[in-house]
Design a protein around this ligand. Structure first.
Ligand code: G4P
Length: 527
C-alpha cells in the first residue's frame, strides 16, 4: 500500500552538520553514512570528493587549497527513518552558501573538537541556526585524544552560546582509555559503533569495569555528578532551541556515532511548517510545494546542465508532474528529479516534505524560487547577504563584452557571485562575501566560457538594498543618487557607498530610505 503523506513526513529527518574546520565534520559524515548503511566502506566520502574534484577544471581551486566548495545532499535510511544530510562548504568564504543551506534543514548537529571547545566558526553558524530556531544536537568529537574536561566543555557551550546542555551520554574513559559511551538516563553502555549491540547495566559502577582500575572511581563520581547536576533532556526546550542534548564520541575511532543517529531519529523534528507570503505551509499538506536553496553547475561534465537543489516543503513531488514557478507564473515539467546517495544519483519517482531533490535545468530555476502545484505562494526566507567585496570585472578581450554579460548573469543566478548593474550604464560590479569566490568566478569564466578576466577595485566598498514605504521617496533617492545606484539580478535597487562612513551619512540624510544588508528572496515579480 502506498505510504500516506503524513506517514512519509513523520519518518523524515533533514539536517546539516555545523562545525569549525578540522573538528571532524567530514569524518562524522562518512561514519553516519557508514553506520546508516548508505556506504559499505569508510573512505567513500573522501574518495567521492576526490572524484568530483578531478571531474572539472574549475574545482582545481578546491583541490589546491584543500577545501570543499561543493554543497551536496546525502540520503540514508536507518531503522525505518529517512535521513537527509545536507552538506555545507567548510570554508567561510562560502558562508552565504552555508546560510542558504541552513534554511533547508530542520535540525543541525554541532560538532565540537573536545580539545578546542567552541571555535569562532561554530559560534557564527550556531547564530544562524538560532535566528531560524533550528534545534541543535551537540556531538563532542575526538574523545580518543587529549581532551578538555567534559564539564568544562558543557560549561563553555552554556556560556558562549547561551544554550542549556543536557548530556545524554557520558564518555567512558578519555584519550587512550576511551572505550564507549554510557547513557545517563537508561544505563545503557555502547562500545564501538561497529557493533550494533547495547549492554544494559545497573549503574555507572558496573559500566566502569570497562576501564583500568585507577580510572573507575573518577568515572563513577563524574557520571553521578552529571546525572545530579546537569539538566535532563527536555524535548520541548530542545525543539524551541533553548537546550541541546550532548553526545560524546570519536568519529574516527567509531564511537558515539550510533548514539547520534538514534538521537536524530528520536529527538530531531520531522519536516517543519514553512512560512510563505500568503500562508504557512504544513509539511503534511497534500499539495506539493518546494523551494530552491542551491544551484550547482558542472555536476556532470558530459551534460552542461545545472542542478537546482529543492527542498520539498509539503505534499508529494512526483516525477513527470508539472509545477508552477512562482517568480514567473509559468509551468515547468519535473521530468527528471534526482536523489543523491553517498556515491551516486538516481531518478526520484516520489519525494516527500523534508526530501531534497536535484532538478536539472538550463537556467529556469534560481535560488529562492518557489515551486507549487498551482498556488501562487512564495516561500520567505532564503537570504541574500550584502557582499563584503565589490569588484569590476576587466575583460582582456573587449570584443567579448556581450559574452561576459551572459556569463556573469549565469554565475549570479547560480549564487557564485552577486551582480550589480549601475544605473548610469557603467560596467557591472560583482560582489562576493569571501575572496575565494572571486577565484572560483575567474576559473569558471576561463574554463567554461573561454573568458580570461581580472578584477579591478571599484570605488565602492559597501552595498545595501534600499526601499521605502512610500515609492515616491525611493524614486527621489534613486534619481538623486543615480551614480551610486545599481540593480541586482531581480532589478531591485542597491545603494553603493564608498565606505561605511558615507553609508551612515547618507542613511541620516535620507531617513525615509531603508538600507538593509540582508535581502530575502521573496519578491514575486511576474506572478
Ligand atoms: P572537517 O571536515 O571538520 O574539517 O574535519 P575532518 O573530518 O577532515 O577531520 C579533521 C582531522 O581530524 C582529520 O585528520 C581527521 O582524521 C581527524 N579526526 C576526525 N575525527 C577524529 C576523532 O574522533 N579522533 C581523532 N583522533 N581524530 C579525528 P587529518 O590528519 O587532518 O586528516 P586525514 O589525513 O586523517 O584525513
Amino acid at each position: 500500500m502506498a505510504e500516506s503523506i503524513a506517514e512519509a513526513v513523520s519518518r523524515r529527518r533533514t539536517f546539516a552538520i555545523i562545525s569549525h574546520p578540522d573538528a571532524g565534520k567530514t569524518t562524522l559524515t562518512e561514519k553516519l553514512l557508514l553506520f546508516g548503511g548508505a556506504i559499505q566502506l569508510a573512505g567513500e566520502v573522501k574518495a567521492k570528493k576526490d572524484r568530483i574534484q578531478t571531474r572539472s577544471d574549475w574545482m582545481k581551486i578546491e583541490r589546491e587549497r584543500g577545501i570543499s566548495v561543493v554543497t551536496s545532499v546525502m540520503t540514508f535510511e536507518y531503522n525505518d527513518t529517512v535521513f537527509n544530510l545536507l552538506d555545507t562548504p567548510g570554508h567561510e568564504d562560502f558562508a552565504d552558501d552555508t546560510y542558504r543551506t541552513l534554511t533547508a534543514v530542520d535540525a543541525a548537529v554541532m560538532v565540537i573538537d573536545a580539545a578546542k571547545g567552541i571555535e569562532p566558526r561554530t559560534l557564527k553558524l550556531f547564530e544562524v541556526c538560532r535566528l531560524r530556531d533550528i534545534p541543535i544536537i551537540t556531538f563532542v568529537n575526538k574523545m580518543d585524544r587529549e581532551s578538555r574536561d567534559p564539564f568544562e566543555i558543557l560549561d563553555e557551550v552554556e556560556q558562549k552560546l547561551a544554550l542549556d546542555c543536557a548530556p545524554v551520554t557520558w564518555p567512558i574513559g578519555r584519550s587512550k582509555t576511551f572505550c564507549g559511551t554510557y547513557h545517563l538516563a537508561t544505563n545503557e553502555v555502547r562500545g564501538a559503533d561497529t557493533q550494533e549491540r547495547l549492554t544494559k547495566v545497573n549503574d555507572p559502577e558496573m559500566a566502569s569495569h570497562r576501564l583500568p582500575e585507577n580510572e573507575r572511581d573518577a568515572f563513577v563520581e563524574e557520571t553521578m555528578l552529571a546525572i545530579e547536576a546537569c539538566k535532563p533532556f527536555d524535548r520541548k526546550a530542545f525543539l524551541e532551541g533553548h537546550l541541546t542534548p550532548v553526545f560524546f564520541g570519536s568519529a574516527l575511532r567509531n564511537f558515539g556515532v550510533r548514539d547520534l543517529i538514534h538521537a536524530l531519529g528520536d529527538f530531531a523534528p520531522p519536516p517543519r511548517a514553512q512560512v510563505a507570503d500568503i500562508r504557512t505551509v504544513e509539511a503534511t499538506d497534500d499539495r506539493m510545494t518546494a523551494f530552491v536553496f542551491k544551484i550547482q553547475a558542472n555536476m556532470d561534465p558530459n551534460h552542461r546542465d545545472r542542478i537546482a537543489f529543492v527542498r520539498v516543503c509539503s505534499g508529494k513531488l512526483e516525477r513527470g508532474m508539472k509545477a508552477r514557478l512562482s517568480r514567473t507564473g509559468k509551468q515547468m515539467g519535473l521530468t527528471a528529479p534526482q536523489f543523491f546517495f553517498a556515491s551516486q544519483r538516481q531518478l526520484a519517482d516520489t519525494a516527500f516534505a523534508g526530501d531534497v531533490v536535484g532538478i536539472p535545468n538550463h537556467g529556469t530555476l534560481r535560488i529562492g524560487d518557489t515551486l507549487t502545484e498551482g498556488e501562487p505562494l512564495v516561500f520567505q526566507g532564503v537570504p541574500n547577504f550584502a557582499p563584503e567585496i565589490l569588484r569590476r570585472v576587466r575583460l582582456e578581450d573587449a570584443m567579448k563584452a556581450k559574452k561576459l554579460k551572459e556569463a556573469l548573469q549565469q554565475m549570479a543566478e547560480e549564487g557564485v557571485v552577486q551582480l550589480f548593474s549601475p544605473e548610469d550604464g557603467a560596467p557591472a560590479i560583482v560582489g562576493v562575501v569571501g575572496a575565494l569566490q572571486l577565484d572560483v568566478l575567474k576559473e569558471r569564466l576561463q574554463a567554461e566560457y573561454g573568458l580570461p578576466v581580472s578584477f579591478e577595485m571599484s570605488r565602492f566598498s559597501v552595498c545595501r538594498w534600499v526601499s521605502a514605504d512610500n515609492p515616491a521617496e525611493l524614486d527621489k533617492f534613486v534619481t538623486a543618487r543615480r551614480g551610486d545606484i545599481a540593480r541586482d539580478l531581480d532589478g531591485d535597487p542597491v545603494f553603493l557607498a564608498q565606505d561605511s562612513f558615507s553609508l551612515r551619512y547618507e542613511a541620516e540624510r535620507y531617513p525615509a530610505i531603508k538600507m538593509v544588508a540582508i535581502k530575502e528572496y521573496h519578491v514575486a515579480k511576474a506572478a
